[in-house]
Design a protein around this ligand. Structure first.
Ligand SMILES: *Cc1c(COP(=O)(O)O)cnc(C)c1O
Length: 413
């Protein structure tokens, strides 16, 4: 096979039916964002939407905007827009709070639906906040509820009768490995275990079908592939069949059946609205909605197809240009098992991450040795992938990474 050139990549860009989507984003010049899976880029429409929300809705509308500008309905309205991205129905997804808080709400709701069971199960590779929330719940119950955290290999064996809830993340945040959501959920159900799936690295990136997989609860993040902005609100999914039984422990007034009746007794809304807690963060909601609306210009199937082509190109170019520099693929080689990012192990990962950042390529470093590259089909071009690999080659061949200042670990990576 002959080498892939920059011209080849530029040609792929010319043929790309999704190239128009890049125009939707305000991208800094001289920077390639290979980190859209951690903080998505700024949509141009977000600037406009924020201006309207601030000046017209808040400035002129004042409190009237809760009804007249659709503020009160935002959690459900945006949830309904996210639903088709994850194979959910309308009124099964609500935008609220953060992913961590939604994890708490989903885990405690599921536990209450399985009251004789005492174990929360997850695996060691899960994202830390997921494990920490489990531990917090356990401590709050004075260890009546126990956490069990097993390795991936032992997961299916750990689906035992004492387990009430299984919490897993579908796309691994380090390796991008995709879990088989359908078969795992089925195996859990066969043991009477309810499932909570964290879709933070899935939503807006891969095709998800919660209904087909019969998932019970799910949560996900707004600021990654959905481009909702830093600290964007997150979402919670509760399958329709569970909505009347599922209880929100964070029983704030906004989840009440009639919040403006101001009664003494909490009565939950008879819909997913019961998973609201307090007043929705409208500025954050506005930005998230602009990000989510971009997905209506395309389909998740088309985006996924392009993301796979970009990722395959990246891996091929890494083999072509960087094979002698000690990068080891940490992600599955099979595209069907790999989510929206591509990761490499490298013993000097942190220094390399710093060196390319200094040169305008934004990626991530994850301890102990993972360099992570987010492949965002909305705005990345094939030629960007070429430039990133070329830069990696340059940094490696010149040993530009080998500087003391690049080896000091940053607080936030
Ligand atoms: C990013 C991410 C989160 C983020 O949680 P926050 O509460 O928004 O900080 C949670 N879970 C997973 C798997 C993530 O990747």
């Amino acid at each position: 096979m002959s080498n892939i050139s920059l011209q080849d990549c530029q040609q792929l860009d010319q043929q790309d039916a999704l190239s128009f989507l890049r125009e939707e984003f305000q991208l800094p010049k001289e920077v390639i964002n290979m980190d859209g899976n951690s903080l998505g880029a700024l949509p141009k429409s977000t600037l406009q939407k924020m201006k309207v929300t601030l000046e017209e809705e808040w400035g002129n509308g004042l409190i009237r905007s809760w009804s007249e500008a659709g503020w009160f309905d935002a959690p459900q309205r945006i949830g309904n827009k996210i639903a088709p991205l994850i194979g959910a129905n309308k009124e099964e997804v609500l935008v609220a709070d953060t992913t961590s808080i939604n994890l708490f709400k989903a885990l405690t709701a599921a536990l209450q639906m399985n009251p004789t069971r005492t174990v929360l199960l997850s695996e060691t590779d899960n994202f830390p906040t997921d494990l920490y929330l489990m531990q917090g719940i356990s401590a709050f119950t004075q260890n009546r509820i126990q956490t069990k955290i097993v390795s991936q290999e032992n997961l299916l064996d750990a689906l035992q009768e004492e387990v009430g809830v299984l919490l897993l993340t579908q796309v691994n945040y380090k390796t991008a490995h995709i879990k088989e959501i359908e078969s795992i959920t089925k195996a859990a159900h066969e043991k009477g275990i309810l499932t909570v799936w964290d879709l933070s690295h899935s939503v807006g990136s891969i095709e998800v079908d919660l209904e087909a997989a019969q998932v019970d609860f799910a949560v996900g993040c707004g600021y990654k592939f959905l481009n909702g902005g830093p600290g964007a609100p997150a979402f919670i999914y509760v399958a329709k069949r569970h909505q009347s039984a599922a209880k929100n422990v964070l029983s704030g007034w906004m989840g009440h059946q009639d919040p403006f009746a101001f009664t003494t007794q909490y009565v939950p809304a008879d819909s997913i609205e019961r998973f609201r807690c307090g007043t929705p963060v409208i500025l954050g909601m506005a930005a998230l909605e602009a990000g989510v609306d971009i997905f209506q210009k395309t389909s998740i199937q088309q985006l996924r197809q392009k993301a796979i082509q970009l990722s395959e190109l990246f891996i091929q170019l890494m083999e072509q240009e960087c094979s002698e520099y000690g990068f080891q693929l940490a992600s599955p080689r099979n595209a069907q098992q790999r989510g929206g990012h591509v990761s490499y192990h490298h013993t000097e990962g942190h220094a390399i991450y710093q060196a390319i950042k200094r040169r305008g390529i934004i990626s991530d470093f994850r301890t102990p040795d993972i360099l992570r590259f987010g492949i965002t089909p909305l705005y990345l071009r094939y030629q960007d992938i070429f430039q990133v690999v070329r830069m990696l080659r340059e940094v490696m061949s010149s040993k530009a990474w080998d500087k003391e200042e690049y080896k000091v670990r940053e607080l936030i990576t």
